[in-house]
Design a protein around this ligand. Structure first.
Ligand code: HEC
Ligand code: HEC
Length: 190
């Protein structure tokens, strides 16, 4: 069994179909992204989400949504204009394989506690999984910058972001501004 697995993975490596690793070379189309999202997808600019460790499926869908006008962003829309589907897959796979690093943000521990209680009560991890680590179409939110999380939750609530097939629109409708602030402290610190 183990030998079969080893033989298979060796064969995949020869065919260059093995999983993308952090050390694999960056696709050329990802170079421009690093200006905002950081050299390894760990952002250095306020308001920019982390891509390192995000699920590749989710990122691919977001890039398609920006290109097809389902998600608005003055910064992102021009970035995806000339990307093909294959480019989107390549950059998503590469960023997904990068290691997520903690943000330089000090969460307020009392607010983070209240945020965790709200997350438990709202069953967020039914979709986002334990620790908000994400899977497939459901994004990882753990460690996203505070200001980014708050903006997304406000955007869902105000229906300024509607590319979520309804799940986040209904969840965010139950959250007050204070809840959103508390959730931001909790999630940014994960
Ligand atoms: C000028 C700065 C800038 C550049 C360059 C840039 N981005 Fe972004 N990106 C942003 C901002 C800001 C957002 C958040 C938009 C919002 O508030 O909804 C974002 C959002 C995203 C998202 C959605 C993430 C999520 O968690 O929902 C993905 C995926 C993404 N960018 C990928 C890329 C890729 C791939 C490139 C290069 C082709 C790129 N970005 C270039 C600023 C930038
Ligand atoms: C029914 C499933 C479901 C539940 C419950 C849920 N989410 Fe989500 N969430 C999603 C999906 C799916 C997306 C991605 C939407 C898209 O494709 O644009 C998302 C997106 C998000 C985003 C934006 C992430 C990004 O990178 O832009 C945040 C933040 C978020 N959820 C936080 C929460 C919080 C906090 C809770 C609980 C209060 C919660 N979610 C409950 C399914 C869910």
């Amino acid at each position: 069994m183990t030998r079969l697995k080893l033989t298979l993975s060796a064969a995949l490596m020869c065919l260059n179909l093995g999983p993308v690793r952090a050390a694999d070379p960056m696709p050329a189309k990802a170079a421009v992204c690093t200006a905002c999202h950081g050299a390894t997808g760990n952002p250095v600019i306020p308001g920019v989400p982390a891509l390192a460790g995000q699920t590749d499926r989710y990122m691919y869908l977001q890039l398609r949504d920006f290109q097809e006008g389902r998600r608005a962003s003055d910064q992102m829309v021009p970035m995806v204009k000339d990307l093909s589907r294959d480019d989107m897959r390549a950059v998503s796979t590469w960023f997904a394989a990068q290691k997520s690093q903690p943000q330089p943000f000090q969460p307020d521990s009392a607010k983070a506690r209240l945020g965790k209680a709200k997350a438990d009560e709202t069953l967020c991890t039914m979709c986002h999984l334990g620790g908000f680590s994400g899977q497939n179409e459901v994004p990882r939110v753990a460690g996203q910058p505070f200001d980014y999380v708050v903006k997304q939750l406000r955007d869902f609530k105000a229906r300024a972001r509607t590319n979520d097939a309804g799940s986040m629109t209904s969840v965010s409708a139950t959250l007050s501004d204070t809840d959103i602030d508390n959730l931001g402290h909790y999630l940014a610190g994960l």
